[in-house]
Design a protein. Structure first.
Lengths: 71, 257
């Protein structure tokens, strides 16, 4: 195999690619974080959580709330 | 993968949201998978023990035992929420992501958790206690139309059925239908059939009648019922409604002999 002779700016180009990749990852992480901190995100989480809470309460008492019929 | 992507703070509202979705899921969000699974197991175990314990109480206390079990289960759910919130607030700034901190893992955990809880509830309903609504007047005045009753499915594991017990059993002509009647005669007793003939109740069978003879389809029509078809013993009215609304005075009424 021939010896590999990297170009003079190989290191620089590689590190630029790595930093671009890291920035993309940070952007994705930040998007989730920004959404969770936004007003709509808070409303959605709160409303969704409340809905789940109510549904779980109904499920907890479902045997009493939805009895079987008996003649 | 860089260190920043692996360190993402926990959001307290997200932890509470997942906790509302399923008790234990908030703990999974916070990186406590074993704790999250333990919450589900604890919830099911506490519910099962609570219902079994309630069934051992005297008839007039059954409804309180069931309520106490529901409150206990609710309290466990609230504790799971508070725990998820507390641990998320401690990890708000920095939290090393675990391999299962992915939205699809939360979704799978949520689905599986609800399936397991559903199976647990189904088991308790099939083997411990079930609630029934009475749409007919065949058992009046003891059990009225509009009554909601609790049937103990473990009663006859401890003692044999006796005369006067109000029981739920599978309709001999349509086994998907449930009937409620009172045991009038047991094996060895002699009953007078509608045609006037006397007949001994055979071994392994019972003779059941509705209290409201004029409006009841019972052993006078379909004959003896196998004792093994008795599903449970009716013990208490937990809710009652009529044409004038909720009948508060009937709630807690003890049923049967």
């Amino acid at each position: 195999m021939a010896d590999f002779n990297p170009s003079p700016d190989f290191t620089a180009r590689t590190m630029q690619a790595v930093r671009r990749y890291e920035a993309e990852l940070r952007h994705k992480e930040n998007r989730a974080g920004v959404f969770l901190q936004s007003k709509s995100g808070l409303w959605i989480l709160s409303a969704g959580g409340a809905l789940f809470g109510v549904l779980n309460l109904i499920r907890l008492a479902s045997t009493l709330l939805f009895p079987a019929l008996c003649r | 993968m860089n260190a920043h992507a692996k360190n993402s703070g926990r959001n307290t509202l997200a932890a509470v949201f997942w906790g509302f979705a399923l008790p234990g899921l908030g703990q999974v969000y916070n990186g406590e998978l074993v704790k999250g699974i333990s919450f589900i197991i604890l919830l099911l175990t506490a519910s099962a023990l609570g219902i079994r314990g309630a069934l051992l109480l005297p008839d007039h206390l059954l409804i309180y035992g069931v309520l106490a079990t529901l409150i206990l289960a609710g309290a466990l759910g609230i504790y799971a929420l508070v725990d998820a919130f507390t641990h998320a607030s401690r990890a708000e700034n920095s939290y090393p992501l675990k391999s299962y901190n992915r939205w699809y893992f939360y979704l799978a955990f949520w689905l599986l958790g609800h399936v397991i809880i559903g199976m647990g509830q189904g088991y308790m309903r099939d083997h411990y206690m079930e609630a029934y609504k009475i749409p007919t007047s065949s058992m009046e005045p003891g059990v009225r139309q509009g009554d909601h009753v609790l049937a103990d499915k473990t009663a006859y594991q401890r003692i044999a059925p006796k005369k006067g017990d109000v029981v739920i059993f599978a309709n001999p002509d349509n086994r998907s239908m449930r009937f409620i009647k009172r045991i009038e005669a047991l094996p060895g007793d002699v009953v007078t059939r509608p045609d006037g003939t006397a007949q001994k109740v055979p071994h392994g069978f019972a003779y059941v009648l509705g209290d409201n003879r004029a409006r009841s389809v019972d052993s006078r029509h379909f004959g003896f019922i196998p004792l093994r078809d008795i599903i449970g013993k009716v013990r208490q009215v937990y809710f009652a409604s009529g044409t004038k609304g909720i009948l508060w005075h009937r709630i807690g009424t003890v049923v049967g002999g």
